[in-house]
Design a binder for this molecule. Sequence first.
Ligand SMILES: [Zn+2]
Length: 272
Amino acid sequence: MDVALCTINNTIYDIATFEALGEPTLSQLRRHLLCPRCLGAGYYRKAARSGQAACFGARPHADYCDMAGPESKTCLGDTLADADVVNSGERIEVDFDFGAQAFIHVAESHPDSAYGRSARGTGQGGQRTHTRQRRLSTLLKNLMFSEDFRGSDQLISVDTGLFPVREFFVPFAQARVDERGLMRGYWGLVSDAAATGDQPPSLWLNTGGRQDLSVVVGADLVDDFTQRFPIMELEDLAGAYVLVFGCVRLSKNDKKYIAVSDISRITVNKVM
Ligand SMILES: [Zn+2]
């Protein structure tokens, strides 16, 4: 899209005017952008070394929005394929094993597996629940593109327990520091990324909006991260969506962050 709405000063910018703001204003304002038409979460990308011009984008645009023109790269791949739709009747188990194939098995609702085996044979095991393993990337797509999924009561099973989807997954904008350190699936748009700190640096994925929350990939995980989610430069992460399993903490200078504990606990959906 050619223009973006900045919610800090309620101003619509074109690229030239936006870039004329210069640093550090631009760095601040780029975390507060929306599509002016449908108010979809927006982002700004600097010109790429590969020659791609600086641009605004929003993910996703509303179906009716005409700002996602055919020239816009942001709309490519921004749909939920039928094969990726999580059915409302299934119980979800998270597949952290990257590259593993999704499979379906039928579990008895009775927790005693020995009882379950016999019950399966006699057909007296009570109600059957279909449990299906789902990869993080699939869960993130459903969160991005399916309002039904975001608000659903279906259960997701993780190592800390069994939770309704609508409680387990938390948009970055609603993330709160949890003193109990409970794990949740936090997700949302990355406005920009930065490599900061000691050598080697950590990777900070900054989220849009007023919540001032960042997802931190520690220095020891940065190589794994860039192998799994290849990028040419940090600007490639502007406009990406991230789902991370972890908990929100507060740094010494009151900055909210989620530290990635294991590379299998994060997934990235980049702008195509
Ligand atoms: Zn739009």
